[in-house]
Design a protein around this ligand. Structure first.
Ligand code: B12
Ligand code: SF4
Ligand code: SF4
Length: 388
């Protein structure tokens, strides 16, 4: 507050009216000193690392990992090969800015660290193969879509984290914060703490592996030895130097359960998924109604697919995740007839802030009709059902 502030009457700080001795003045200056006072650069980095992790957990993330921000030439050549083979399907945007996607310096100039945030979404509800879908005339919506939209949930928490980190770090990084090799400029959250979920130009799984969040499973998703693979990822690229975490080893061993179970052979080789064959792409990304030749690929899935994760032995250990993702009523193995007959008002209320909103009522019903059609073809083909 200043004497010019005309809304409030200015009062001097009583401490400023006291004449202090030289040693008392020195003691007060020490007490008011920045928190980095007396720290070595290593201690400063360790303290900031602990601060990032502590605040991330307080903002509701399940786990945090940190990797050193560096270019990823190997991932870039894998990505270029994947794109050259057309495996991105209709997601043309994945081919934009490939070099930027594989180099955090091009996302945040002066980037030093990538902070990876994981948020668990599993629940006690059964796995795909534990529900007799064909008998019950039910379909499968992917587990990740049973609760709130993870983009919304994670973005809200990332904003909270950004505010908390800014409040904690701005006083010490303040007006003369220098990113590595960069000019001195004031600390700015937008530049120095850039976060993204899903659609940012960053390979989230690659960073999750590098930051020790998990290893890349043969189905290409990141798996943790105690928490399985039912977790979402977000990344924060920062120009603040932090202590990196150790990477975990690959624990897939000789297992091939996900490759064997994938109904469309979309896992074309260990660690590589051809999105064009993946049911998740067919039921979520493909615009318009599912083309007739792709219908047999969909099986029982009306939105997304969990099969490769449901068969993974490491998901036996996963526990229920964040309550935001708890299943909403009627979404675990819904009746196909209910989906096809759903009206706009029911869709709007049942799927408010849900990932299914993106597909829209029409899209969901197109998918449900495709599953129904596939099922009737399958029934006709079953031995004994066909009089011929
Ligand atoms: C596009 C996309 C898809 C596409 C393509 C999937 C794919 N395999 O790439 C489709 C629509 C099919 C899809 C499906 C799903 N997705 Co998706 N998807 C994405 C998205 C937006 C981009 C992924 C991408 O860039 N793919 C391009 C490939 C080529 O890159 P990459 O696999 O990440 O990495 C390459 C490099 O690491 C490099 N590499 C480096 N070292 C090595 C070493 C070896 C040996 C090899 C071979 C390669 C390699 O090569 C890799 C392959 O070329 C990410 C979010 C993000 N921004 O990262 C979410 C993301 C990967 N999806 C996610 C999820 C949850 C799913 C689904 C489970 C949803 C569902 N239930 O239906 C399914 C799972 C399907 C599967 N088995 O992968 C999560 C995964 C979380 C986790 N625990 O791993 C993410 C991270 C979203 C999020 N924010 O949480 N997805
Ligand atoms: S999500 Fe389904 S279709 Fe895609 S790779 Fe996994 S099992 Fe195959
Ligand atoms: S199912 Fe087996 S091979 Fe696939 S990710 Fe899990 S452990 Fe690895």
């Amino acid at each position: 507050m200043t004497p010019d502030d005309d809304n409030q009457q200015w009062q001097p700080d009583p401490d400023d009216l006291i004449v202090l001795s030289k040693s008392a003045r020195r003691r007060r200056a020490r007490e008011r000193a920045l928190p980095t006072w007396g720290e070595t650069p290593h201690q400063t980095q360790a303290r900031r690392t602990a601060l990032f992790k502590d605040l991330a957990l307080k903002c509701g993330f399940s786990r945090v990992g940190i990797a050193r921000a560096q270019a990823l030439p190997d991932a870039q050549s894998h990505l270029e090969g994947w794109l050259a083979a057309g495996q991105q399907g209709t997601m043309a945007w994945l081919a934009d800015d490939v070099a930027r996607r594989c180099d955090p310096q091009q996302v945040t100039p002066g980037a030093q660290s990538v902070v990876v945030l994981a948020l668990d979404y599993d629940s006690d509800a059964p796995r795909t193969q534990q529900v007799a879908l064909a008998d019950a005339d039910r379909a499968w919506i992917s587990r990740y879509a049973w609760g709130d939209d993870y983009h919304v949930v994670m973005e809200r928490r990332l904003k909270q984290l950004e505010v908390a980190l800014t409040a904690a770090l701005k006083p010490e990084l303040g007006e003369d914060f220098r990113g590595p090799g960069g000019p001195i400029q004031p600390f700015k959250a937008l530049r120095d703490l850039r976060w993204m979920v899903d659609h940012g130009p960053i390979l989230e799984r690659e960073w999750a592996v590098r930051s020790g969040i998990g290893w890349r499973g043969k189905h290409s998703l990141v798996v943790h030895p105690r928490h399985g693979s039912f977790f979402f990822l977000a990344c924060m690229v920062t120009s603040i130097a932090l202590d990196p975490d150790e990477m975990l080893g690959d624990h897939c061993g000789t297992c091939t359960a996900c490759l064997d179970a994938c109904p469309t052979r979309a896992i074309v080789a260990p660690y590589i998924v051809d999105a064009r064959l993946c049911i998740s792409h067919t039921t979520i990304e493909l615009p318009g109604a599912i083309p007739p030749d792709a219908r047999p690929l969909v099986g029982d899935q009306v939105f997304g697919c969990d099969i490769c994760q449901d068969v993974c032995p490491w998901n036996r250990f996963s526990a229920p995740g964040d309550p935001a993702f708890a299943p909403r009523p009627g979404l675990v193995a819904p009746k196909l007839d209910d989906l096809v007959a759903m009206d706009a008002a029911t869709f709007a209320s049942q799927f408010a802030q849900s990932p299914l909103k993106r597909r829209g009522l029409e899209g969901l019903q197109d998918n449900a009709r495709a599953v129904r059609e596939f099922r009737s073809i399958r029934r006709r083909k079953e031995p004994g059902d066909n009089p011929a």
